[in-house]
Design a protein around this ligand. Structure first.
Ligand code: IMP
Ligand code: MG
Length: 181
């Protein structure tokens, strides 16, 4: 049963919904009159993206990008690889990159540098979760849902080995699940 694999529920469905609505309202205020492109970093951010864009009351376009820095483990390898690039050119757009979690910061620093070269009007970052204790660079997000402690979390889009993305809450994964891997 999934419940045995989750040590603790960190963020409930209600807390998540309320915070995402707040972020959406803030983004709606900040992006008045801009040309907004929301870029979702696959796959972890898809639930957050889906909820967030429904709380943004502005015209916007959405595109997807997939990068990998983890493989199958729970620790970053430090190597970021593009698995799927954007379909649309970003020149002239005000980009909002949507991430599930800002951890070491390697993924987002690589991504923002790459996107900068394509001449968008601006780039900002919205992350649902932030684990500042693990940062290896100066990466900061412009919109942060929740700052969380250094524990491996799953649910609401976040996975361990592609599992648990469908949990409606964010929970701490029981270390027994990945012990010895
Ligand atoms: P970073 O490059 O170390 O900042 O890693 C960001 C990516 O690592 C996120 O988009 C997640 O896919 C993954 N990640 C980092 N911490 C966790 C976690 O606690 N649970 C699930 N995935 C995580
Ligand atoms: Mg992941």
């Amino acid at each position: 049963m999934v419940e045995n694999e989750i040590k603790q529920i960190l963020l409930t469905q209600e807390q998540l919904a309320q915070k995402v609505a707040e972020l959406g309202a803030q983004i709606t205020r900040d992006y008045q009159g801009k040309k907004l492109m929301v870029i979702s970093v696959l796959k972890g951010s898809v639930i957050f993206l889906g909820e967030l864009i429904r709380c943004i009351d502005l015209p916007l376009v959405v595109d997807f990008m997939a990068v990998s820095s983890y493989g199958a483990g729970v620790k970053t390898s430090g190597v970021v690889k593009i698995i799927k690039d954007l379909d649309m050119p970003v020149e002239g757009y005000d980009i909002l990159v949507v991430e599930d979690i800002l951890d070491s910061g390697m993924t987002l620093s690589y991504l923002t540098e790459l996107l900068m070269d394509r001449k968008p009007s601006s780039i900002k970052i919205a992350t649902l979760l932030d684990k500042p204790e693990r940062r290896r660079n100066t990466m900061k997000a412009d919109y942060v849902g929740f700052v969380i402690p250094d524990e491996f979390v799953v649910g609401y889009g976040l996975d361990y080995n592609e599992h648990y993305r469908n949990l409606p809450y964010v929970g701490v994964l029981n270390p027994a699940v990945y012990a010895g891997k």
